[in-house]
Design a binder for this molecule. Sequence first.
Ligand SMILES: Cc1ncc(COP(=O)(O)O)c(C=O)c1O
Length: 399
Amino acid sequence: MASFLISLPALERNARMLAQVAQEGGAHMLLALKAFSTTATFDTLRPYAAGCCASGLYEGRLAARHMGKHVAVYSPAYRPAELLELLDIAHHIDFNSLPQWQHYRELCCKHPRVQSGELQLGLRVNPCYSTGHTPLYDPCVPGSRLGIPAAELAGVDLSGISGLHFHTLCEQGAQELIDTFRAFEKDFGALLASPQIRYLNLGGGHWITKPNYDRAALVNLLREIRSAYHVEVYLEPGEAWCVHTGVLRARVLDVFHSLGYQHAILDVSASAHMPDVLEMPYRPDVYAVRPAAEQAPGTPAVSLPGESYSPAAQPGELPYTYRLGAPTCLAGDVMGDFSFASPLQPGDEIVFDDMTHYTIVKTTHFNGVPHPAVQLLHADGHISTACALDYADFEHRLG
Ligand SMILES: Cc1ncc(COP(=O)(O)O)c(C=O)c1O
């Protein structure tokens, strides 16, 4: 059975690093649930996270029930019943447009939690400053629906608003954030400096736990914002909590030759289990699992005793090249072409690296492919199963 295998010690390593940045910068580090919502790991993350960033009611509920602490919600639009419940559980609610804010302003402002200051209300703004290269992930593309551009705010009554939020980055460094903040400051600095604004949320997309991320530069920026503007500063990365903490383990079901390619069909699907491979698109790091005696050099995020890991390479670099594909009908449901040091056979195990974020939260039962289990590797080496979906879950979802 395929499985997502997540290392709790690796999650804790990232969490500790994020908490340290938050502490040194005097900021608050939230976990973006859209990237990773496996509540069975929250006991590990809770001591380090200031809370969660939720994309609407369901994630907001999950945050309140399983993480506790601060719940910051932003959605491009709220349904009336959704907003009513969020008013009871969130600490920040950020609005994406002036019409949504104006529609809900009265309801929000008379809520006792808003009046007591326990819940604050903000606007997502759009600095219209792109630093990314993938339009699918760039909220600053022309025609974007995400966030209010500065020109739309001119002359508008913003009473009741006490926070500003921007999210523009994706897998980026401190310098891109600094550049974006300067662009934001140019258009929104006067509003940020006004006494009504008490928090600034810098969104996600910060690759803080990557080895080459300039954490000192981020800490300096956070300190600068706090002292120049007297606001509480929040960051809400998702991926940074999860980088290099988990793998997707799959098995080879069949190997055959067709139309000039050696194909290996696996028991997982790019479309159903790691859709960013197709959407972004990107090429995951892949390893073949070998008996430890073979001593192949490789280091996926999660390695198990008794196994060694032979890294796959570009097609043709190693002697045996395969197109790794899914057991689905979608012609393009392939993970890519990879070469291996030794031939693949049915039953062999393959590891896809770095598969904790934007995988489990996005999976489907497309083609009825069995859903990989979600398993946790604990500090003492034992593995527990957090979730094992079966046929009944497949049937139930489809109605
Ligand atoms: C509003 C918002 N906040 C936070 C995030 C988390 O981003 P990341 O996982 O890249 O850090 C996203 C991702 O799309 C987002 O849209």
